[in-house]
Ligand binder design. Structure first.
Ligand code: IMP
Length: 292
């Protein structure tokens, strides 16, 4: 599995602002330059798979291919034992087009009532989050986190989102909806999935406040790309980029030729230059952008 280098640009493959914020918070201490799929105007793929793993992978691969950058996606939901794991991957869809989670919780309640599952001990359930890190080459890896607990009716508390007000994690008295956000955060399924991701992918990444040894001199490369104007200067710039690859290749965001070319294509499309005025420096800047 390729490694994420400090300072890499990473796409958070979600159009859900709450989730994007949460994932950005989790990776911020590692100094990643996180950008959301929404910011990059990437299309939101339809979640057509039948598992959390499949949907997380589908979203991460689409964002990685569309951006030429490594991408991190999450798929999550509530699984209720007595409902055979429902609502599961359909957790968001049970809230209907209006994203009405009072309605979604009512549906869970009613489905359990039909089975007489409220009569004895509180029904058991768990939240699950699956994270997928994918590269433009298609390489990808999954990480899973769960939090187990029981359901309550009626729902309690105004914090959190989704099914939080009806879920009490094991060992607690309060629902996720009643808990302070930090208390939920400390034990949540997403935090646990992220912890697995951190152990496998970030153990070697120093926290942002610990400066990395050596590394790329991006300021110098940027200045060269901004100022060059002749064919000879572009040639020298490319030689410098090649030297940078040899010394700091692990810090390049694009780790293979396919990823580099995809990023180059994106950077070329983004360059704001009239067709009649192509310049060597336009190419230099696109080449540099494709390595970041
Ligand atoms: P996704 O955006 O396809 O991953 O759908 C996730 C859905 O699962 C959300 O819309 C919520 O309904 C539910 N869900 C996931 N995580 C949580 C959580 O932490 N609390 C409450 N509901 C959650």
């Amino acid at each position: 599995m390729k490694e994420l280098a400090p300072g890499s640009r990473l796409v958070v493959a979600s159009h859900n602002p709450g989730k994007v914020w949460e994932i950005k918070e989790l990776i911020a201490p590692y100094g990643f330059d996180a950008v959301s799929a929404g910011d990059l105007k990437l299309a939101e793929p339809e979640e057509t798979e039948t598992t959390f793993e499949g949907n997380a992978r589908l979203k991460a691969l689409a964002a990685a291919a569309g951006s030429g950058l490594p991408a991190l996606a999450d798929d999550s939901g509530l699984e209720v034992d007595a409902l055979g794991g429902a609502p599961g991957i359909y957790s968001a869809r049970w809230a209907g087009p209006g994203k009405d989670f009072a309605l979604a919780m009512q549906r869970v309640h009613d489905a359990l009532a039909e089975k007489g599952a409220w009569d004895g001990l509180p029904p058991r359930a768990n939240f699950i989050s699956v994270l997928c890190l994918a590269w433009p080459s298609g390489e990808n890896r999954l990480f899973e986190g769960r939090v187990y607990g029981t359901l309550r009716w009626p729902p309690r508390g105004g914090n959190g989102f989704g099914y939080d007000p009806m879920f009490v994690p094991d060992g607690e008295r309060l629902t996720f909806g009643e808990m302070e956000p930090a208390a939920k955060y400390a034990i949540s399924h997403r935090t646990r999935a992220f912890e697995a991701f951190r152990r496998h992918c970030l153990e070697h990444v120093p926290k942002a406040d610990a400066p990395a040894a050596g590394g790329r001199d991006l300021e110098a490369l940027e200045a060269a790309a901004r100022n060059l104007s002749t064919q000879a200067e572009l040639k020298r710039f490319i030689a410098g980029l090649r030297e940078d690859l040899a010394r700091n290749g692990s810090a390049w965001t694009t780790q293979d030729l396919a990823g580099f070319l995809a990023a180059l294509e994106t950077a070329t499309a983004a360059a704001d230059v009239p067709d009649a005025e192509p310049r060597w420096r336009t190419l230099a800047r696109a080449l540099l952008a494709a390595s970041r």
